[in-house]
Design a protein around this ligand. Structure first.
Ligand code: UDX
Length: 462
């Protein structure tokens, strides 16, 4: 029979490193390429330069099995493989909403011009619709004579913190722009167990590109929707958490991504919706642009809201006030602080003269690299000591086991703002804290129905 395709993966960030390891797990021989020699050296020893649960183990297993190699040499990797995955970043361009496509373009060029035999170039990076078509014409112009290649798009939907599971058990596999040949190769690449029960969607190149971008835009919209409703809840004395639970029972809505709070951040959602705003604008598609503009604005306003709540809790000014910040990562289970709402709020309060002390279980060192002037603690207690207010800005699981009564003893003032609605308000209030969440009335309301009213005769006597 035919030999199994060999795989190269260009770019070894969250996406590429996880994809390379997953392909090795599937039994393929894989070469990961990165221009950063330090990253390549670390990965070759099974060291993952970022926090991603389960990934170091998977990489170590397959570096040891001999199926997974890393190199800085794109020429070597391209000569080695038959299927070349492009997994480099598409960050937001400086001073613009547009995505910076220079890495994707350069990676694709490098592969195309160094092809030594027929092969398939598979774009996985998140790109503005139309990029694949442009890359195809670039590739056609530089591929060596006598070699045939195809360029297809296969977007990736993995979440940080769950990257390994998401890659090995995806919700769907989207293949854009395939021929019969590349479809057959891709079906082999995503053979069992990944393929078992996984829908495969075959479509054209622009649809594949846009599936990914719209998935992220929809998730972002859900979050800004619930944050908009949270504002109404707060004004009306309703509880957005209970409301979200009730909404979530409707399977057309679903409970996920309806947690009101500080809003979305990270390396994907914010820049992806901005890139879509930009691209939709270029295409004259004004509805998507204006809808997502609102989503972005609502999201950013949540950060200002929490900053204002902290200022108000400190009596109008945070100057020289001590603020304990719990959480720096853009979400739990990652050490990623790219566009982190938590760090954004912490830095803004620091700029206003507060003494901000931050604790995060995993992200302190990445945060420190980005914001070296902020102060970092090694524990919740250290961050809380003598604080005038505590802000919970990332919903790490370990914050749920904080002993509110014990913590009360070490703070200056027992005031806490739960900007992720992740703590048990009753537990904190019972321990004597002034506890505020987002999208809930700040103080318990007096019951509207007095205890002894005419309705009580309808309640059966026990
Ligand atoms: C996202 C997409 O989920 C993933 O499919 C895509 O491939 C990349 O972008 P990720 O950036 O890892 O993944 O984070 P995600 O888990 O989606 O969370 C994004 C942000 O939304 C976080 O800042 C999180 O705190 C916030 N969020 C999420 C909310 O504010 N409320 C919610 O209900 C859910």
């Amino acid at each position: 029979g035919a030999t199994r395709p060999r795989i190269s993966v260009v770019g070894t960030g969250y996406l590429g490193a996880t994809h390379a390891a997953a392909m090795a797990e599937m039994g393929f021989d894989v070469m990961g390429v990165d221009s950063d020699p330090a990253k390549v050296a670390a990965l070759s020893e099974g060291i993952v330069p970022f926090f991603e649960p389960g990934l170091p183990e998977l990489i170590r297993t397959h570096v040891a099995s001999g199926r997974l190699h890393f190199t800085t040499d794109i020429v070597e990797a391209t000569a080695f493989a038959d299927v070349h995955f492009i997994c480099v970043g598409t960050p937001q361009a400086r001073g613009s909403n547009a995505a910076n496509l220079s890495y994707v373009e350069e990676a694709t060029r490098s592969v195309a011009r160094n092809l030594t035999h027929d092969g398939i170039i598979v774009g996985k990076s998140t790109v503005p619709v139309g990029t694949g078509a442009r890359l195809r014409s670039i590739v056609a112009g530089i591929v060596p004579a006598g070699i045939s290649t195809e360029l297809i798009w296969n977007p990736e939907f993995l979440r940080e913190g769950k990257a390994v599971d998401d890659t090995l058990t995806p919700d769907r596999i989207v293949l854009g722009g395939t021929t019969a040949l590349s479809e057959a190769v891709m079906r082999e690449v995503y053979a069992a167990p990944i393929a078992i029960g996984t829908p495969v969607i075959l479509c054209d190149l622009p649809t594949a590109e846009l599936v990914k971008v719209s998935a992220n835009a929809f998730l972002a919209t859900k979050i800004s929707f619930i944050n908009a409703i949270a504002e109404v809840c707060e004004a009306a004395g309703a509880d957005v958490g209970v409301l979200a639970d009730a909404l979530g029972h409707d399977i057309r809505i679903g409970r996920q991504f309806l947690n009101a709070g500080l809003g979305f951040g990270g390396g994907c959602l914010p820049k992806d919706i901005r890139a879509l705003i930009h691209r939709a604008g270029e295409l004259g598609a004004t509805k998507a642009a204006s809808l997502l503009q609102q989503v972005d604005e609502i999201n950013m306003s949540q950060r200002q809201l929490v900053i204002n709540m902290a200022i108000e809790a400190c009596g109008g000014s945070v100057l020289n006030r001590r603020i304990g910040v719990l959480g720096a990562a853009f979400k739990p289970l990652t050490d990623d602080v790219r566009d982190s709402p938590a760090l954004n709020v912490a830095a803004a309060l620091h700029l206003r003269g507060a003494q901000v002390v931050i604790y995060d279980p995993e992200a302190s060192s990445t945060a420190q690299r980005m914001f070296p002037t902020l102060t970092y603690a090694d524990s919740v207690e250290e961050a809380a000591t003598n604080s005038d207010v505590i802000l919970v800005l990332t919903e790490w699981e370990e914050f749920n086991s904080i002993d509110a009564a014990a913590l009360r003893e070490i703070v200056a003032l027992p005031v806490i703002i739960d900007a992720r609605n992740c703590l048990d308000a009753a537990h904190w209030r019972a321990a004597g804290w002034r506890f505020t969440g987002l999208g809930v009335a700040p103080v318990a309301l007096t019951p509207m129905i007095p205890e002894h009213n005419s309705l009580s005769r309808l309640v059966p006597v026990q």
